[in-house]
Design a protein around this ligand. Structure first.
Ligand code: ATP
Length: 495
């Protein structure tokens, strides 16, 4: 049995060529010149301070394992993956531009410049980076030195890469490239400048959010969990520290190394549905009404359920305060651990602490194991919506997984809870994030239009070059073209 904490035993010290506070990979080499592994663990200690403050994840092995198939690169180089729903994303355009210029059509470390160390986790270090020849798009690069990791941790790296490769969702990271060079594995994913939800909570009075803000974040996390479960992925490490905040204030779940995969058999489930409930706003787009079976006040609603209900694992992984009782007992667990953790998560957003927290980790585990269901403190917060919130939490923090909300019918059952009344699930991606102290809410459009304008300028310069080569009259061309370009850009800016 081993206990693995978040502290920096990943002694990776990349050495970089320095240029005006910017780290670059050397142009001609992909590898050991750019990364040197040493035994120092003090480097960047300050920037990883957040990690030490946060609650660490644990891994207590009960001899069960996670899949280790490499999902992205077949060889030791890089595979660039295209994602359908993000195909127009400027990040993809940047990657495409870089790989088009690359001699072998692949992305290499030399294409990236590292700007800043973002943090250190269990498996490696994460850096903010950009493509060398394209400044418009930021990425996060997770660098893992495989020589420093145990076989178990290596399998976690593969799990994370495999899971990232399969994701295509706005609230989950996109894996733009996996670069395997020598003993390094590098994963290029979305960068989240807003920090994490744990840090955001720490900035709030009494570490808690308003009902409205809690509902927003809970709803987004719920949608992300729904997607993961539909893929058969049990997350197992839900906590505010693992919920990163994008530039536009929406969430991105991170850290997939503790996940496990199971089979899912998607199905339609039928249930009686009361007419007076506004069904159109509920159950998302997966729900439709069977008109032919409408009878009296009730009708039958067919609901799409894709929940890994047969998932089973014996590994005790997760974060103490978020562990479900079946995880603590070590007798095996399934998808229900995510719904329990979701209950703890909603509780923490609203109360500023977790419900079973003891004076140390052991007493927290004892509190979870001896819990007889959850009763929220009524007196502590009384405002509109709190009754529904308490009811949701109590239904999620049910000791028996078979009776726990979400375990059998999946996310659609949780979405139907009155706490989420009024949320238009299919539109959640374009909801304006709530006003929360310290939350970044930059519209993603301004960034995209900036990048698009830059791209247009490049395109125009290329055209100018080609025209000049063909002997076009330069004076005529410059007078005409540039004014046209600025007219075009400005007319778009005005809109
Ligand atoms: N995409 C990202 N954008 C911005 N910061 C990130 C991103 N991914 C990770 N980070 C930062 O880097 C730190 C290390 O992340 P990493 O995922 O390696 O480990 P972790 O979150 O500490 O979890 P674990 O050790 O359990 O894997 C995080 O704490 C976070 O602050």
């Amino acid at each position: 049995m081993s206990l693995i904490t978040n502290n920096t035993n990943t002694n990776l010290t990349p050495s970089f060529t320095m240029d005006e506070n910017t780290f670059f990979f050397p142009p001609d080499s992909d590898l050991d010149l750019s990364f040197t592994s040493t035994t120092t663990d003090r480097t960047f200690a300050s920037s990883s301070a957040r990690t030490s403050l946060a609650r660490s994840s644990l891994t207590l092995s009960f001899n069960d394992r996670l899949s280790t198939a490499s999902a992205t690169a077949a060889d030791s180089s890089t595979a660039v993956i295209r994602r359908p729903h993000r195909s127009s994303d400027p990040h993809w355009s940047a990657i495409k531009a870089a790989t088009t210029l690359s001699s072998d059509g692949r992305l290499h470390l030399r294409h990236l410049k590292l700007l800043r160390h973002l943090g250190t986790g269990n498996l490696g270090r994460v850096f903010l980076c950009r493509l060398r020849d394209y400044d418009g798009a930021n990425f996060a690069l997770k660098v893992v030195d495989k020589d420093l990791l145990s076989a178990k941790k290596l399998s976690h790296v593969e799990t994370e890469a495999e899971i990232l490769h399969s994701l295509d969702h706005p609230f989950l990271p996109t894996l733009y490239a996996r670069i395997d060079v020598s003993h390094y594995t590098c994963l290029l994913i979305d960068y989240c400048p807003g920090g994490d939800l744990h840090s955001l909570l720490c900035k709030q009075p009494a570490n808690r959010l308003s009902i409205q803000a809690a509902r927003f974040f809970a709803a987004e996390v719920l949608v992300a969990l729904e997607y993961l479960h539909a893929l058969g992925i049990v997350y197992r490490d839900l906590k505010p520290e693992n919920i990163l905040l994008r530039e536009d204030g929406h969430v991105m779940l991170s850290d997939f190394d503790l996940c496990f995969k199971a089979d899912v058999a998607p199905k339609f489930e039928y249930r009686a549905h009361l007419r007076k409930v506004k069904s159109k706003s509920k159950g998302s787009c997966f729900c439709y009404e069977s008109r032919s079976s409408s009878k009296g006040k009730e009708r039958v609603v067919a609901e799409f359920v894709a929940e890994p209900i047969t998932a089973f694992s014996r590994s005790c992984v997760g974060t103490h305060e978020y562990l479900a009782p079946e995880l603590v007992s070590g007798n095996g667990h399934g998808n229900g651990v995510d719904w329990w953790a979701f209950g703890v998560f909603v509780y923490e957003l609203l109360y500023g602490t977790t419900p079973f927290k003891g004076c140390n980790k052991e007493s927290t585990l004892r509190n979870i194991a001896s819990s007889k269901g959850m009763r929220c403190h009524v007196a502590e917060r009384e405002e509109a919506g709190m009754g529904e919130a308490r009811d949701l939490i109590e239904k999620l923090l049910v000791k028996d997984p078979m009776r726990r909300l979400g375990c059998v019918r999946g996310a659609s059952e949780v979405k139907r809870h009155p706490f989420f009344d009024g949320i238009k699930w299919p539109l959640i991606r374009i909801y304006k994030p709530p006003e929360v102290r310290g939350l970044m809410r930059k519209s993603s459009r301004s960034h995209i239009s900036h990048v698009t304008n830059k791209r247009r300028r490049w395109w125009w310069k290329g055209l100018e070059y080609v025209m000049r080569k063909k002997g076009a009259k330069s004076s005529l061309f410059s007078n005409y073209s540039n004014s046209n370009y600025y007219q075009y850009v400005n007319s778009h800016k005005v809109k």
